[in-house]
Design a protein around this ligand. Structure first.
Ligand code: IYR
Length: 232
C-alpha cells in the first residue's frame, strides 16, 4: 500500500499565467455531444448488487485520474483515493461498516431518516463491500501535513472532494463500470483499516464493478430538467 506524498504544488508561488487556447468546438458538434452525454448519463444508476467479475484495473485508475483533474479550493487538490483490491482488506471494511450500520438501522438514524431511505431498500447488510472487485475509498485532506509535521489550511475541502467524486462517478459510468457511493457512518474505522494519516478524513467508500446478473435497482424517478432548472 503506497501512501502518496502530500504536497501543495503552488503554495506561495507568484501568479505565472500561461496561455490557454483550446480549439473552439463547432456548435453543431457541441449540440450532438451534449445530447449524447445527457442520454448516457441518464442511464447511470447506483448499483448495490455487484458481480465478482474483475474489472480492467486501468479503467479504474484512469477514472481516478479524471477525478483528480477536478477544480479545488486554492488548487490544493485535497484528496486521496485508496484503491482497495485486496479481498482481506475488503472483508475488514465490510465487517466494520456493518457493525456501524447495524447500530444506525437499529435506531441511530431516527424515524424520519429511515423513512427517507425506505424507497431505496437499503439495510445494514453490505455485500457490495466484498462482492465488488474494487473499492475506491475517498479521503479528504482536511489540512496539509508536511513531512516534518507542519500544517497548512486547506480551503473548500468538502466542495472540492464532492466535485472530484462527481467526476469520478461520471468517468466510471462512461467507461462502462457501475459504482455506489457508500457512506457508512461514522467512518473513522476506514482511517484505521487503511492506515491513513491524521489529516485525512474518509469521505465515501465507492465499490466499483459490474452489476450482478440479477441486479435490481429501485424504481426511482428523476426530476425533469424543467423542475431543476431556473433560467433568468
Ligand atoms: N449509510 C447508510 C444509510 C444511508 C444513508 C443515505 I442519506 C443513503 O442515501 C443511503 C444509505 C447505508 O449505507 O446504508
Amino acid at each position: 500500500m503506497s501512501i502518496p506524498i502530500q504536497w501543495t504544488p503552488t503554495h506561495g508561488e507568484p501568479y505565472r499565467p500561461v496561455p490557454y487556447r483550446p480549439e473552439r468546438m463547432p456548435a453543431a458538434e457541441s449540440l450532438a455531444r451534449a445530447a449524447e452525454l445527457r442520454e448516457r448519463m441518464g442511464r447511470r444508476r447506483t448499483v448495490r448488487q455487484f458481480s465478482a467479475d474483475p474489472v480492467p484495473e486501468q479503467v479504474v485508475r484512469d477514472a481516478i485520474a479524471c477525478a483528480a483533474t477536478a477544480p479545488s479550493g486554492a488548487h490544493q487538490q485535497p484528496w486521496t483515493f485508496v484503491l482497495v483490491k485486496d479481498a482481506e482488506v475488503r472483508r475488514s471494511i465490510r465487517r466494520a461498516a456493518e457493525e456501524e450500520e447495524r447500530i444506525s438501522y437499529d435506531g441511530r438514524l431516527g424515524e424520519e431518516w429511515l423513512a427517507a431511505l425506505r424507497p431505496l431498500g437499503t439495510d445494514e447488510v453490505k455485500p457490495h463491500l466484498t462482492d465488488a472487485p474494487a473499492l475506491i475509498v475517498v479521503f479528504q485532506q482536511r489540512y496539509w501535513l508536511g513531512e516534518d509535521g507542519g500544517r497548512r489550511k486547506h480551503y473548500y475541502v468538502d466542495e472540492s472532494v464532492g466535485i472530484a467524486v462527481g467526476m469520478l462517478l461520471s468517468a466510471l459510468h462512461l467507461s462502462g463500470l457501475a459504482a455506489l457511493v457508500h457512506t457508512p457512518s461514522p467512518m473513522r474505522f476506514l482511517s484505521e483499516v487503511l492506515g491513513r494519516p491524521a489529516n485525512e478524513k474518509a469521505f465515501a467508500v465507492i465499490p466499483v464493478g459490474y452489476p450482478a446478473r440479477d441486479c435490481r435497482v429501485p424504481d426511482l424517478v428523476r426530476k425533469t430538467l424543467e423542475q431543476v432548472l431556473v433560467e433568468v
